[in-house]
Each structure stands twice: as C-alpha cells, then as structure tokens.
Ligand binder design. Structure first.
Ligand SMILES: NC(=O)c1ccc[n+]([C@@H]2O[C@H](COP(=O)([O-])OP(=O)(O)OC[C@H]3O[C@@H](n4cnc5c(N)ncnc54)[C@H](OP(=O)(O)O)[C@@H]3O)[C@@H](O)[C@H]2O)c1
Length: 245
C-alpha cells in the first residue's frame, strides 16, 4: 500500500540497491516520492534502477557511507531533502565464532552500520526539511543473540543507542530505527552461504507467524516511521515474534 504522506518528498536510501532498501525504494516511488538510492557497487545500482523503472523519479549515486568525503559529496549532489534512510550493512566475514573472528570484518560492520549512520546524520541533517526524518536499520541479533553473531549484535545495539541520542540532539528532526528479524534478502549469502534456504525454513517453523520476513515487510515499517510525525527515538521491532521464541 502506498504511503500518501511521502508524495513529492525527496528520500535518500543508502543501501537501496538490494534487499530491504530496494523494496523501500519501490514503495516510495509508488507513493510519488523522488528517490535517491546509494551504495558502493555501480552495477548493483544500475540493476536496481532497471528493475524500478522510474527514471524521472529515481536517481542512483555511488557512495560508500563510511567515507566522510563521499557522504559530504552525496548530500552536495542531492541538495535539500525530506528523509534519510540507511539499510546499508557490510557483514562480510563477520558471522564467525570468536576464534575465527577477524577484526577487519568487525570493522566493516562498524563502518557500514555505525560510522555510516553517524556521517549521514552529520552531513544530512542540515539539509533536511523541518518535517524531515532519519531512519536506520538495526536487527534482531541485538535482542536474541546467537553464536557467531557477536559483532553484529554489538553494532546493532550501538546503533539503537545512537538513534535515541540523535532523536534528542537533532530534534525536531525525528530519528528512528526498524529492528528486523530474519528477512529473505541477499545478505543471507554472507550469513549462511549454501544453507540459506534450509536455515530460513527452519526459522519459519519456529516463528509465531510461521514464516520469515520479506523485504517489503520492513519497507512497510520504515514507511510508517517516515510518515508518522509523532514517532521519534523509537526502535520498531518487525520480526514475526522472534523475540518470544
Ligand atoms: N536480512 C535479514 O535477515 C536482516 C536481519 C536483521 C537485520 N538486517 C539488517 O537489515 C539491513 C538491510 O539488509 P538487507 O538484508 O536488505 O541486505 P542487503 O540486500 O545485503 O543490503 C545491504 C546493502 O548495503 C549496501 N552497503 C553495504 N555497505 C555499504 C557502505 N559502506 N556504503 C553504502 N552502501 C553499503 C550494499 O550495497 P553495496 O555492496 O553496493 O554497497 C547493499 O545493497 C542491514 O542493516 C542488515 O544488517 C537484516
């Protein structure tokens, strides 16, 4: 369902080339917003633009959100905007038991999910409209940690702390996050490799809702956070009941 409050607004989606960010881009375009998707990989962004098919409403900009000069350049190119979203995460090599955990992989998670959001807020907030908002994506690992997930759990928890602090510092700009449960996106290739389908099916059987999430479940929740002007500093859990089992 299209979110009518987003009509004519300009929305940056870092991570919009795949998964939840791509689903959100589609929703925002359907709601008649102007959308900018950003990520590091040109080809991924080009494929997303081809899939979304809305050349007059959609722009793709290559940028690594962990690099301050690139984030500053991204906002210089966009100009004024209404909402900033980041679904970006680089968890390559980060799902490991401690003996195999490489600090470089941990650093990539920190850079993409903590430095990136901090830099997006630093450089983007001054360009946001008064009714503007920021939304990030944390994750279930912070609330129902599992073995191999310590780095991601820690960074998701830190991001949630950042959201609450920014909601105070940047007010009246609203700052929120969605914390997803397990959602069927390309990120699972890095978590489960060839056992992705079996891992997700096993989780579907455990969850009260009887299925894992789809990217649009999370896009719907982010759309709510962008449009609801009485919500700030909130972590919205969209996880099929995962915290209960
Ligand atoms: N899927 C799940 O089950 C699940 C569960 C809990 C939380 N989450 C969280 O949900 C969010 C969205 O993940 P997803 O499942 O949609 O995964 P995804 O499809 O892999 O999307 C992540 C996107 O982030 C971009 N990215 C990574 N590092 C970046 C950087 N430094 N700068 C700019 N873009 C960057 C990637 O594009 P490039 O490679 O082109 O940069 C990619 O398009 C992530 O924060 C993830 O941790 C996912």
């Amino acid at each position: 369902m299209a979110n009518t409050q987003l009509a004519n607004s300009t929305i940056l989606i870092a991570g919009g080339g795949s998964g939840m960010g791509l689903a959100l881009a589609k929703r925002c375009l359907d709601a008649h917003a102007q959308v900018v998707i950003a990520g590091r990989n040109d080809e991924k962004l080009a494929r997303a633009c081809e899939e979304l098919k809305r050349p007059t409403q959609l722009k793709a900009i290559t940028a690594d959100i962990s690099q301050e000069d690139q984030v500053a350049g991204l906002f210089a190119e966009i100009g004024r905007l209404d909402h900033i979203v980041s679904t970006a995460a680089d968890i390559t090599g980060a799902y490991e038991l401690l003996p195999s955990l490489d600090l470089k992989a941990v650093q990539r998670v920190v850079e993409s999910k903590l430095y990136g959001p901090l830099l997006l807020a630093k450089h983007g907030a001054p360009r946001l409209s008064k009714a503007g908002s920021i939304a990030f994506v944390s994750g279930i690992a912070a609330h129902r940690p599992a073995a191999r997930g310590s780095a991601v759990a820690a960074v998701n928890a830190a991001l949630e702390g950042l959201v609450r602090a920014l909601a105070v510092e940047l007010a009246p700009i609203r700052v929120n996050a969605v914390s997803p449960g397990w959602v069927d996106t390309p990120i699972w290739t890095f978590v489960a490799g060839g056992t992705k389908d079996a891992t997700l099916s096993a989780m579907a059987k455990r969850l009260p809702v009887g299925r894992v999430g789809q990217p649009d479940d999370i896009a719907d929740a982010i759309g709510f956070l962008l449009g609801n002007t009485f919500t700030t500093g909130t972590i919205l859990h969209v996880e099929g009941g995962h915290r209960l089992v």
